[in-house]
Design a protein around this ligand. Structure first.
Ligand code: ZN
Length: 256
């Protein structure tokens, strides 16, 4: 909350292209400025206010939610997860209006899973304090730190290019690989979390299948680039992970 009030004190608002019907809002953490474009910018404002509440600049570095980047944007990390979680908060607090939840629908879904892993209160706290290192540390309880960082980078890549049109074959393959890696990471960390909770086998079994089926269903609804993820492929990955944990699942997933 301290960040929020400090930023509010210095926040300036700029208007652009006021005659355009479509609208948007963008927050610049370095300038502490929201730029409102067109007429229908209100849904974006909710989203941007969460950026205002969670961003600060220190010695040329921008910290925003789970995002960290140098001023000149040479190397950045955590943008995908930050956008997803920002939109998730906007949805939770201001309702699912027309635009909210659509633009970042995929990132919101991913952010919700990460929130399930570390818990809602902790996730919110780390977001408003822009504490990425602690998020990485908490996720590294279940998988290696290297895997967490690579997940964040892959999600950034997917966020940046998934809406691109006219993408060439090489870029398509890279995007496909990044998307697969994110999916596999989510499955792995979810399994590790459940295994650690030592629940009853039947419940474990049901939760795993619900999770994986939901994941495939959701991800395939996000457009062209996601249809490349085959259910069988996901199922095979899940079985491998469980084999390493010495768990055999009741095969409830097939055919769903
Ligand atoms: Zn945003």
């Amino acid at each position: 909350m301290t960040i929020f009030f400090n930023n509010l004190k210095e926040l300036s608002i700029k208007r652009k292209d006021i005659n355009i019907k479509e609208g948007s809002a963008v927050y610049s953490a370095s300038k502490k400025e929201i730029t409102l474009t067109g007429e229908n910018y209100m849904n974006d404002v909710y989203h941007e206010l969460f950026h205002v509440a969670s961003s600060f600049v220190q010695s040329g570095n921008i910290y925003s939610g789970f995002y960290q980047g140098h001023w000149y944007l040479i190397k950045t990390i955590g943008r995908g997860l930050t956008e997803g979680y920002t939109e998730k908060l906007a949805e939770d607090y201001f309702g699912d209006t027309d635009k909210i939840g659509r633009f970042y629908a995929y990132e919101v879904y991913v952010a919700r899973i990460i929130e399930q892993i570390i818990g809602e209160d902790v996730m919110k706290k780390l977001y408003v304090r822009a504490n990425l290192p602690e998020l990485i540390r908490l996720l590294s309880v279940y998988v290696s730190e290297k895997e967490v960082i690579s997940f964040l980078n892959n999600l950034d890549f997917v966020e940046k290019y998934r809406k691109a049109t006219n993408i060439n074959k090489v870029a398509y393959e890279v995007l496909r690989e990044a998307f697969r890696s994110v999916t596999f990471f989510l499955i792995k960390i979810y399994v590790k979390k459940l295994v650690g909770e030592r629940m009853e086998y039947e419940i474990f079994n049901e939760m795993i299948w619900n999770f994986v089926n939901g994941l495939c269903l959701e991800f395939n609804s996000f457009g062209t680039y996601f249809e490349i993820m085959k259910y069988e492929e996901v199922q095979e990955y899940l079985k491998n992970i469980l084999r390493n944990e010495k768990i055999v699942l009741i095969d409830e997933g097939i055919g769903r």
